[in-house]
Design a protein around this ligand. Structure first.
Ligand code: SF4
Length: 447
């Protein structure tokens, strides 16, 4: 039995497992050349214990973190807790890496919060090479797809970026690990040709679609069936864009995918499409599309992205559609036997009182047609064109309208919580800007 030389410790949080599963799937395809043991730490205490044990045994330790922007402060607090409890491994044997959209958009801030290295951009290939480097004791700084500080222990250090992350076709790695009992919705499309200014997807994964082949999806569905799982779900920026290069849906490609999944999951299985965790763009909703979906999918709830009832706000956000098409989409969904759940975002740039009222009026019309509203508050997310915009706020009439709709069961969502998070993010941004202004001039971003 070969000696284990690496503890690979993943901070494993509910609701943030898809990205981690994708990384572990990549490791299954391209495993490191030396033995390792995977630990999924469901709490910071568990993670700390594993790190401490690894250090005590003289093993190398790589901790892996991935978080969205709103979860960055708690993740940084957890890392500080780990570092305080286990200050230093022998010969620098503990490496903490952060990846995901926030680390990609804010590598310097992330590194200054204590991570040794960040994975910038698409993570699979970067992760594989990083695990190999740490496991073998090779230099892990400067690898493709990573960034680090030039003075490792100096939080005022300068950002150094390695070459751009290597991208593989989606089929190169499975959607989730096939040899470990970890399952996620199947990512069928990555990247997005649309450029909504509030969204992190295009900058994170490029502004074009890359699709997983039907054959690759089939393999994952077969694995799911082998695990006695029944429900097949998908991750995609826009469901009906599967197989398409541009803005026009390719319904033939979608139908081929869905039929294959139905066949592969078998008679006891169910296929969900256009519902959580993905959605339909409103202009893609047509009678033809809905009838095709009805033939193949088990969900009757679908999610439609509206975002605003104001054409002006929609135009400013770069959504690529107006408000009227949302109403058309909802009417068609109801007519064809689907219940639409419509995403709206309050407080986007360009939204004043009149624009918010237009959205409230749209919500009223949509709920009267049979839709439910999934309400959000605008958050200025790092990496997006709107990262420096003020945080979204709900005005009094909007709050009253949401309260009324809530009592009727016509609205759901975390808009109140997001309003608080957005304000915190903007506060942290201001603090960071002040910090940067106060820095010596030689300390600048860029590799
Ligand atoms: S909101 Fe949806 S359609 Fe717009 S850029 Fe993001 S993923 Fe693409």
């Amino acid at each position: 039995m070969p000696e284990q030389v690496l503890d690979l410790v993943v901070r494993y949080r509910k609701g943030q497992t898809y990205g981690v599963h994708a990384l572990l799937a990549a490791l299954e395809v391209e495993p490191p050349s030396v033995p390792y043991e995977l630990h999924l730490a469901r709490s910071v205490e568990e993670l700390t214990d594993v790190v401490r044990a690894g250090v005590a045994a003289g093993r190398r330790v790589l901790t892996v973190w991935s978080f969205y922007s709103p979860d960055f402060p708690p993740a940084a607090a957890e890392l500080a807790q780990v570092c305080a409890a286990v200050p230093e491994g022998p010969d620098g044997g503990v490496v903490h890496v952060a990846g995901g959209v926030h680390a990609t958009a804010e590598p310097l801030v992330t590194l200054r919060s204590g991570w040794d290295v960040v994975a910038v951009g698409e993570g699979e290939r970067t992760f594989v090479t990083l695990v190999e480097a740490v496991a073998t004791g090779a230099e892990h700084r400067g690898l493709a797809g990573t960034a680090h500080l030039d003075r490792a222990d100096d939080p005022a250090g300068r950002l150094v970026k390695g070459p751009a992350a290597q991208r593989r076709p989606l089929d190169h790695y499975p959607a989730f690990p096939h040899t470990r009992n970890l399952t996620s919705p199947i990512e069928i499309t990555r990247g997005c040709v649309y450029a909504c200014k509030f969204c992190q997807t295009p900058f994170m994964f490029s502004a074009r679609f890359r699709h997983r082949s039907v054959g690759s999806v089939r393999e994952s569905v077969r694995v799911m069936r082998g695990r006695a799982l029944r429900d097949v779900r998908f991750v995609t920026p826009t469901s009906l864009s599967y197989g398409s290069d541009g803005e026009e849906p390719d319904l033939g490609a979608v139908e081929e995918l869905l039929a294959a999944c139905r066949e592969e999951i078998g008679p006891g299985g169910r296929v969900f499409f256009g519902s959580f965790p993905s959605e339909l763009r409103p202009e893609h909703v047509s009678v033809e599309a809905l009838r095709m979906l009805k033939k193949h999918v088990h969900n009757r709830d679908v999610i439609v992205g509206a975002q605003s009832g104001s054409d002006d706000v929609l135009a400013l956000s770069g959504r690529g559609h107006g408000a009227a098409v949302v109403e058309d989409a909802v009417r068609l969904c109801v007519q064809e036997g689907f219940r639409p759940n419509v995403d709206v975002i309050f407080g986007m740039p360009g939204e004043g009182g009149p624009q918010a009222l237009e959205t409230v009026a749209l919500m009223d019309r949509l709920t009267a047609l049979g839709a439910r509203i999934h309400a959000h508050t605008f958050m200025p997310l790092p990496g997006t064109p709107w990262r420096n915009e003020p945080p979204g706020r709900l005005d009094a009439p909007t709050r009253r309208a949401l309260a009324t709709l809530t009592t009727r069961g016509g609205v759901y969502g975390s808009w109140e919580k997001q309003e608080g998070i957005a304000a915190e993010m903007a506060g942290a941004r201001s603090a960071d800007a002040g910090h940067r202004q106060g820095r010596p001039r030689r300390l600048r971003e860029g590799g």
